[in-house]
Design a protein. Structure first.
Length: 80
């Protein structure tokens, strides 16, 4: 039998344990809320910056899966 000692492993392990304990237990909710807030902010900016937003504001989407949230806008860009 042998003993293996790795210098610095204990402090690193404690840092991971602390980070894990500080992670929200409702991580999925945090991801979805962040996506919703980002989309709402983008809509507000578009409404004030675009002369005629038309269907652009309705083209935002949010798609959520376990530990993953995707969001964006599917509006087709038009040439001026």
């Amino acid at each position: 039998m042998f003993t293996l000692e790795i210098e610095g492993l204990e402090p690193l392990s404690l840092r991971f344990e602390k980070a894990y304990s500080e992670m929200p237990s409702n991580l999925q909710s945090v991801l979805e809320e962040t996506a919703n807030n980002t989309v709402e902010r983008a809509k507000a900016l578009a409404a004030t910056r675009l002369k005629n937003p038309g269907t652009y504001l309705d083209s935002f989407h949010i798609s959520a899966a376990k530990l993953e949230v995707m969001f964006g806008n599917t509006h087709r860009a038009e040439e001026s």
